[in-house]
Write a protein that binds this ligand. Structure first.
Ligand code: DGY
Length: 324
């Protein structure tokens, strides 16, 4: 037994980051990369002062009560809906996330899904691979224009602003956004976006992109009623969290052709995907890979590690969510 802090790493991460952590801590890490059950996670957390989580492990009052040695949970994700931050503050446990380092990569993914959904890229590929492409036809796989259209962004944090810049400056789109609070005018001008209410956004946008944090108030924000407000040819893109959309309502709208298409990187029950969505041809589905490039994932792991090292060795976390 040493007196170095003990930490847990809940999933496999880059070996070089693990090696850095091992210079400061006694590290127990998940070697198999299969997600631990909640019970197993709590058992392994016993006696640990810190944990590196990946965004899917729930940290709530019950877990905190069962793990009294815990001082910090460092999420290797910018979203932290897996953390009950008020419960963590009440228990004196620090929460950190990984903002900033994945902004541009995730905004790229939002655009990739938008382009793929609007221009029916995966449908086209399935069509071709199935041997269905026999001849040129004037109305084969007609999609929706992206350039010059109206882009509606719900949630205007860093990633939302990255998408706005791409839309306004790269594709000549008219960009409108809705957010809890309006950006300062200079920021709106810099990203080329205009603030509107949610209802107006849904009624006016040709492409709607969800990039807001998932909170209890935002559960099923996009439901049947709100989908009914959208333009018939609209597309809906979600790179935030699956719970923002009522997936059954979306699948019904896609099946009925009520909206043209959707692009989804996140799902309410992931890694399970709602069978009603799987049955729709006009939806592009990806397995929560918004931040998945080598350099970005490395930067996320490094920031989570820096939070653990900074806090447990010097009391100085880098990106705290609930420090005084
Ligand atoms: C995040 O950082 O919240 C992403 O969704 C994780 O990939």
């Amino acid at each position: 037994m040493t007196d170095r802090p003990r930490i847990l790493v809940s999933r496999a991460i880059f070996p070089e980051v693990l090696a850095q952590l091992a210079q400061h801590f006694d590290v127990e890490s998940n070697q198999d990369d299969a997600a631990w059950s909640r019970e197993e996670f709590v058992r392994r957390l016993q006696g640990k002062q810190g944990v590196l989580t990946t965004g899917s492990e729930r940290v709530d009052a019950e877990l905190l009560a069962a793990c009294p040695a815990l001082q910090i949970c460092a999420n290797m994700a910018v979203g932290y809906n897996n953390f009950d931050v008020p419960a963590m503050s009440a228990a004196g446990v620090l929460a950190t996330n990984a903002p900033g380092v994945l902004t541009e990569t995730t905004a790229d993914m939002g655009f990739a899904l938008l382009m793929a959904a609007a221009r029916r890229v995966t449908e086209g590929e399935h069509f071709l691979r199935a041997g269905a492409w026999k001849r040129w036809s004037y109305d084969m796989l007609l999609g929706q224009d992206v350039h010059g259209s109206t882009l509606g962004i719900v949630g205007m944090g860093r990633i939302g602003q990255g998408i706005a810049r791409r839309g306004a400056h790269g594709f000549g789109m008219k960009v409108i956004y809705h957010n809890r609070s309006r950006l300062p005018e200079a920021d709106e001008q810099a990203v080329g976006a205009r603030y509107v209410g949610l209802e107006e956004l849904l009624r006016s946008a040709d492409h709607v992109v969800l990039v807001l944090p998932y909170t209890p108030e935002a559960h099923h924000l996009i439901n049947a009623e709100r989908i009914a407000l959208m333009k018939p040819g609209a597309t809906l893109i979600n790179i935030a969290r699956g719970g923002l959309i009522d997936e059954n309502a979306l699948a019904a709208a896609l099946q009925a052709g009520r909206i043209a298409a959707a692009g989804l990187d996140v799902f309410e029950g992931e890694p399970q995907v709602n069978p009603a969505l799987l049955a729709c041809r006009n939806v592009v589905l990806t397995p929560h890979i918004g931040s998945a490039t080598g350099p970005t994932r490395m930067a996320m792991a490094q920031l989570a590690a820096d939070n653990l090292i900074g806090f447990l060795t010097q009391g100085k976390p880098v990106t705290p969510l609930n420090a005084d």
